[in-house]
Design a protein around this ligand. Sequence first.
Ligand SMILES: Nc1ncnc2c1ncn2[C@@H]1O[C@H](COP(=O)(O)OP(=O)(O)OC[C@H]2O[C@@H]([n+]3cccc(C(=O)O)c3)[C@H](O)[C@@H]2O)[C@@H](O)[C@H]1O
Ligand SMILES: Nc1ncnc2c1ncn2[C@@H]1O[C@H](COP(=O)(O)OP(=O)(O)OP(=O)(O)O)[C@@H](O)[C@H]1O
Ligand SMILES: [Mg+2]
Length: 276
Amino acid sequence: MTDTEPSPERRGIIRDLEVAAAFDADTEIERRVAFLAERLTTTGAAALVLGISGGVDSLTAGRLCRLAVDRVRAAGGDAEYIAMRLPHGEQRDEADAARATAFTAPDRLLTVDIRPATEAMAASLREAGTPYPDAGTEDFVLGNVKARQRMIAQYAVAGGLRGLVIGTDHAAEAVTGFFTKYGDGGADLVPLTGLTKRRVRAVAAALGAPDDLVRKVPTADLESLAPQKPDEEALGLTYEQIDDFLEGLPVSAEVEESLVSRYRATAHKRALPTAP
Ligand SMILES: Nc1ncnc2c1ncn2[C@@H]1O[C@H](COP(=O)(O)OP(=O)(O)OC[C@H]2O[C@@H]([n+]3cccc(C(=O)O)c3)[C@H](O)[C@@H]2O)[C@@H](O)[C@H]1O
Ligand SMILES: Nc1ncnc2c1ncn2[C@@H]1O[C@H](COP(=O)(O)OP(=O)(O)OP(=O)(O)O)[C@@H](O)[C@H]1O
Ligand SMILES: [Mg+2]
């Protein structure tokens, strides 16, 4: 069963997440590079800091950082793009991460293993007697600790070098709240805002990224008990379905209901802390 006319609630979500009706990859590249360059110039920051995972989102954001920094320099400014590799121990898709990093052409590359910090926190939580209901819950929660360790590492570099931390959140993650609050959700600038997943891929392709990395299966890769688990498996929805919903295309009633209710349930993740 499909609907052809998006509900008023869906239209509100599309508007709130800034998903444009029309899309042209080159126009989006220009707009987003201009945004990053303007932020560097206006804030007087000296660097853009971004974790590169090997996935398409960070590859795309990283290339936009490269172009923005080049633009600032061409205008006589001084800035750099700092990429960070933040593996948890040995990363299974390290070869992809290395190629993605090379594609973004950073001025500096810093590699920080987040495993020791994550394990130290896990051990201290266990010692404190943290009452996890089961091993799966502990593994899931420690996955979010990994994402937050990455945030800590990026802010440590930004703090030392007058940098700004780049987040890779886009509309297809924002609508489901599929990010760690104050983990990968913690950033200063979010240049992919409003893009659906297929539009992120289209931007990556237009930027000249290697085809296999453009089409790579998305994974948060946070759970040690389920390494490289595809996002679509975790979400129980495909990115095609999520993108269709966001682009106002026909989706089933089940998909519509599921996304509207996830959007409502995760409102706190897209807002400032709740105050009285
Ligand atoms: N109603 C409410 N009002 C205010 N705050 C509320 C709240 N409900 C929960 N909270 C708070 O939010 C916390 C839950 O949020 P959070 O800690 O983020 O945890 P949660 O949303 O449960 O998990 C994060 C999800 O995002 C996925 N993820 C993370 C990182 C990257 C990617 C990726 O795409 O690569 C995906 C991850 O696999 C997982 O499925 C609760 O522990 C609580 O502190
Ligand atoms: N192993 C890692 N090394 C460096 N940064 C990472 C790593 N894992 C995650 N990140 C950071 O967290 C962000 C969120 O991860 P996410 O999985 O949503 O994006 P991605 O890996 O770039 O693309 P995809 O969603 O297609 O897998 C990444 O874009 C990146 O900035
Ligand atoms: Mg990923």
